[in-house]
Structure formats: C-alpha cells, structure tokens
Unconditional design. Structure first.
Length: 296
C-alpha cells in the first residue's frame, strides 16, 4: 500500500488526507528518501516523519473523582478521553491532567487499569508504587470483579452465558484490531447476562470479563453476532473504517461504542478490606436507551 494509506491505518490520530499533506510538504521519508504520494511501503521499510507542532486537541475532561484515600484514586471517565498519552494527545489525556493540570494535582498517580478512549466508566489509579504493584497483580490474576454495561445489537440467546474464545491481533490489517483466533490467540473469557430487552434490535447487557485482553468485550460481542452499538471499529472493514475516521458519523444513534465500566470490586492492599466502586451509566448511553425505548 502507499505510505499515506499505511500511516493512516497504523496511526489513526491523523486522517489519510492529513498524512498526504505531510507527504506533499516533504516531511516523510522511506528508507532515507523523501516520499511521494505514490510511494509504496513494504515489510522492513523504515518510515520517518518530521512532525509539525500540533495544537492540543479538544477532549472531554469532564471526569469525576468517585473515590480517594491516601493510596488510591478512582475516576469516572467520560467517553472522548484517553487515559494516557499517544501521538498528539501527549498533554490531552487523563493521567497528564491529573498529574499536572488538576487543582489540587496528583503528581504521584499511576494507572492501574485502562479503558479505550471511547469507553466510559471507572479507572483506578494508585498513589503508591507498592499499592500499584499489588493492585496490578490482582487484575492480572483475575481476582478483581469487573462489571460493564453495554448496549448490543439484537438479542443474545441464551439470556445468560459464558463466551470462552481466544483473542489475538488481526494480521495484515490496515487498522490495528483484534479477532477471535483459536490458533494463536490468548485465552479470553467473558460472562454476559441480559439486564433489559430494550427493543427487538437492542439489548442492555451486563458483561463480566474474567481476563483482560485488549478490546475483549468488543471482540467477543462482535464474534457472537451482537456487536456493541456504535462500535465502528468492529462493525466495519478497514476501508470503511478509515473513511469513517475522515468523516465521522453517528453509529446507530450514538457517537461511540455503548460500553461503560460500571463496577470494580477488589481487595484494598492497605486497609485490608473489600472495596466496591460504582459509576452510574454514562449520560449518552442512558439517553440512547431512552430514545430507542421511547421511539419503540
């Protein structure tokens, strides 16, 4: 594929048109030679880009601290906010804002768990390195109970079940994504239960992942034929998804995947008690549910 097409698929924070503009400005080279728009890329090539200075992108910083003590901090993160830096979001993310911008700041915090930028809900942070290590071990060994709320397409059957399907990266995809991969994937287990039948087309589920694979809930529900509503990445092919990135449109009445980290239950390493945290359903998902049920 061409260099702009490759870069747009690999580094999705810029559109293909924006990468083309950088090529035309002579900012991108392939194996030491300045690229043209028709330059193609092959495995083993080295691509370099002299990136211009970007303005800070607009992000949703309307997060709420739902719990804090001397060792922990828990945040209800909105959709549209990355938890850590990446590309032009080096200063426009949750961890940077907590450490350097929020008043009072929390310069000592580190992420215990992560959510996709467009997944809302609970993010747990540690204020102590020892506590961080202990909590990350709890997540790794599956002792943390995680409950998500999701609106999915259709009506899963049976009403409650377990999805046990290994997950791995899609090889050769222009857009980094994951898939069920029995040969090379890593074990992934998700429990689901129907909470409410919204319409014939939409269902509200509780999802409980035992493992913590990247995009696990999104991949598992798509593999079951009931993708999470609004999830463009797992309901489109690469070309359509890249077109959507250039000209974003609302998917099924909501602007992002209708997935929310609702509850976390873990053992507090210092207080030696079980800690259970809850974040109410995000307003845009609640509004979507209200709209479809009212219309129906």
């Amino acid at each position: 594929m061409t260099v702009p097409a490759y870069l747009a698929g690999r580094f999705t924070y810029l559109s293909e048109a924006a990468w083309c503009q950088l090529v035309e400005e002579g900012r991108i080279s392939c194996n030491g030679v300045i690229c043209g728009l028709a330059t193609t890329v092959a495995r083993g090539d080295t691509i370099r880009c002299d990136m211009p200075d970007f303005g800070t992108p607009e992000v949703n910083l309307d997060y709420r601290i739902v719990y804090q003590d001397d060792w922990l901090l828990a945040v209800n993160k909105p959709a549209g906010l990355r938890v850590h830096s990446g590309g032009k979001f080096v200063n426009a993310n949750l961890i940077y804002h907590l450490r350097h911008v929020r008043q009072p700041p929390y310069p000592e915090v580190n992420l215990v768990n992560r959510l996709d930028a467009d997944t809302s809900g609970l993010v747990l942070l540690a204020r102590d390195k020892t506590v961080l290590s202990q909590l990350m071990q709890q997540f790794a060994n599956g002792s943390v109970v995680k409950r998500y709320l999701a609106v999915v397409s259709g009506r899963p059957s049976p009403a409650a079940s377990t999805i046990n399907l290994p997950i791995g990266p899609v090889k050769g995809a222009r857009v980094p994504r994951y898939e069920v991969n029995g040969a090379q994937g890593k074990a992934a287990v998700t429990h689901y239960q129907i909470l409410r039948e919204l319409t014939d087309n939409f269902t509200l589920l509780e999802l409980k992942p035992e493992s913590g694979r990247t995009h696990q809930l999104r991949v598992h529900m798509a593999a079951m034929g009931h993708p999470i509503v609004g999830d463009a990445l797992y309901t489109m092919n690469d070309d359509d998804y890249l077109d959507w990135l250039r000209n974003p449109s609302t998917q099924s009445g909501i602007k992002r995947q209708a997935l929310h980290s609702h509850q976390l239950q873990f053992f507090h390493p210092v207080q030696q008690t079980t800690c259970s945290l809850t974040a109410p359903l995000a307003p845009d998902i609640a509004q979507f549910i209200n709209d479809v049920t009212t219309t129906d």
